[in-house]
Write a new protein. Sequence first.
Length: 147
Amino acid sequence: MNRIVIATDGSAPAQEAVEVGLELAAEHGAHVTFVHVVRPNEWHRGPSWMSRIRNGTQPERFETALAEAAAAAEEAGVSYRLQRMSGDTVHEIIAVADARDADLVILGSCRRGAVASALLGSVSSELIKRAERDVFVVETSPADVAA
């Protein structure tokens, strides 16, 4: 295993995915690409929105999630790259994994149960269906997220 893509949004499940992914990367000497995807409708897209992206001043959520992942990678001694994206979450994660020719994609997920997952949808479920590479989902229970 040489290349791992880890999706992060700063949530508790994503932070667990970062930890697990970095352990695997350190064990295998793999390079990690952290990807954070923001759906275009997550914040107001006025004229300044695209200029913020182009000028490197992303919203705080981008910076926090990626900065925490970068700090963890440096502490673990793992080489990494940060990838900021805007668009459909599943599509963008797959695009990064394909571009990097990743051996594995890792993301976190909060176990919600069958009914909640069916109603709300699931990035992890959709990624497993659509990705043409291995996907590792690190599941976190709702109780762990609330703690």
